[in-house]
Design a protein around this ligand. Structure first.
Ligand SMILES: *Cc1c(COP(=O)(O)O)cnc(C)c1O
Length: 448
């Protein structure tokens, strides 16, 4: 150990990783070598072999748990893969905010400022809202709204909207944990204005409308629109909150997609408060946005829970940079990766898949370009399939190829459909094509 530690290589490692991890890696290499020596006729390892083993161990120890992956699933806003990829501008903003900033400092007066001012005016400009507030995520935005407006009071929700968004966001649980008392109205498939009206009483805190996100009701169905609910709330003097889910700012950028109200549309319906996510259709960082009237938003700002839900400086920086692109929708369509991916024509995706295959060497036998369907993800446009293209990888069992791609470097996450491994190029980012070819090539070789 002493001799290895004194080598020049170990000295360099120490400068980079610190002494303890280097010792740990060397110890592991030595222990492994000792184990091998117990076998008959095992050769004595030299210092170089021990250092090489230690180097691998150090790399393994140092590899971050959070890793970049290649998204070959075709799900643009894949919640398990970090939802929206950030724009170049947003990534640059992260660097600016990394050091000291005027996060809570007023550069004009030299006094204390508020972090909540940074995106506020821009959000109002883009959505037409009177006031806005950014928190950690949309779940926090909804919980804050319920806690402020309906603590110990009734939260009236349609039975058709008592949804689970995924994992741990279930509307009934969020309502009760935020301090509200859930009052269900209507039925799973049909709810009418009269159902809400009949439930309003002295204890009513809010009327809550929830975007059903990842599921769709079809058939004998009726729902109450945000506009109808807003009128009822105004008549009864009860605030109406709309959890919109995905924060679509420019619905006209997604032509060919089912109709969605967008943030402006939701506000124009007349509800008091609209909440949405930053990392769904907006294409920014994880964040929750509340927009609405000045008075109601001011109440949110005074709620003590705001501190627990408060947004981080890196998020604010990335969100502001993302929002700035929306001043010109054409720019947003170009610069924001999620929008760019959703809008890319199938022929263009196919061309990229073909070029990537042509550029790869003959190691990719068994790979063919074919048509497939992408999904939006993030609970937006459930069931809407986007025509796309990519690679169908044959030549080995699909499940085996899938797991080998997943353990590639970088890992490639692809999907198995009808017994074949599919790599959808819609979600492969420009420049990643050679990496996809390398990982798929290695998977095919290993499987052979
Ligand atoms: C996604 C979603 C949420 C949760 O948003 P997060 O930003 O992930 O916390 C809440 N409500 C609806 C309707 C959603 O679609």
């Amino acid at each position: 150990m002493d001799r290895l530690l004194r080598t020049e290589r170990a000295g360099r490692w120490e400068g980079r990783f610190g002494r303890a991890p280097v010792k740990r890696a060397l110890r592991a290499a030595l222990e492994e070598a000792r184990r091998r020596l117990e076998e008959p006729d095992a050769p004595l390892p030299d210092a170089d072999a021990l250092l090489a083993a230690a180097s691998l161990e150090l790399e393994r120890l140092h590899r971050p748990s959070l890793r970049r992956v290649l998204n070959g699933t075709g799900v643009v806003l894949h919640t398990n893969l970090g939802r929206a990829p950030l724009s170049e501008e947003a990534r640059r903003a992260l660097e600016l905010a990394e050091g000291y900033s005027n996060l809570e400092y007023d550069l004009e007066t030299g006094g204390r400022g508020s972090r909540y001012e940074h995106c506020a005016a821009l959000l109002c400009e883009l959505t037409g809202a009177e006031a806005s507030l950014v928190v950690n995520n949309n779940a926090a935005a909804v919980a804050l709204a319920i806690n402020e407006l309906a603590l110990g009071r009734d939260v009236i929700v349609s039975r058709g909207e008592l949804v689970e968004i995924g994992g741990s966001f279930r509307v009934p649980d969020v309502v009760s944990r935020a301090g509200g008392r859930l009052v269900e109205v209507g039925t799973t498939n049909r709810t009418r204005v009269s159902d809400y009206r009949g439930a309003i009483g002295d204890r009513t805190g809010i009327l809550l409308k929830v975007h059903p996100s990842n599921y769709r009701l079809e058939g004998f169905v009726s729902t109450v629109s945000a506009a109808e609910l807003a009128r009822l709330g105004a008549d009864a003097g009860v605030p109406v909150v709309h959890d919109l889910g995905s924060g679509l700012l420019e619905p006209e950028l997604l032509t060919g997609f089912p109709k969605e109200p967008g943030v402006q549309g939701a506000l124009e319906a007349g509800v008091d408060l609209v909440t949405w996510s930053g990392d769904k259709l907006l294409g920014g960082p994880q964040a929750g946005v509340l927009v609405g009237g000045a008075e109601i938003v001011a109440r949110m700002r005074r709620n003590p829970l705001l501190r627990a839900f408060r947004v981080d400086k890196l998020t604010l920086a990335a969100l502001e940079a993302t929002l700035l692109a929306y001043r010109d929708p054409r720019l947003a369509a170009e610069r924001i990766p999620a929008l760019r991916m959703l809008r890319e024509p199938a022929e263009s995706v196919r061309r990229r898949a073909e070029e990537a295959l042509a550029a790869a060497d003959e190691g990719l036998q068994g790979v063919a370009v074919c048509s497939m369907f992408s999904l939006v993800g993030g609970g937006a446009y459930p069931g809407h399939r986007i025509e796309s293209a990519g690679w169908r990888v044959g030549g080995a069992p699909a499940d085996e190829l899938e797991s080998r791609c997943r353990s590639g470097d970088p890992p490639l996450v692809a999907r198995v459909e009808a017994g074949a491994l599919l790599v959808d190029f819609r979600t492969i980012r420009p420049g990643e094509e050679p990496e996809v070819a390398r990982v798929v090539g290695a998977a095919l070789t290993e499987a052979a």
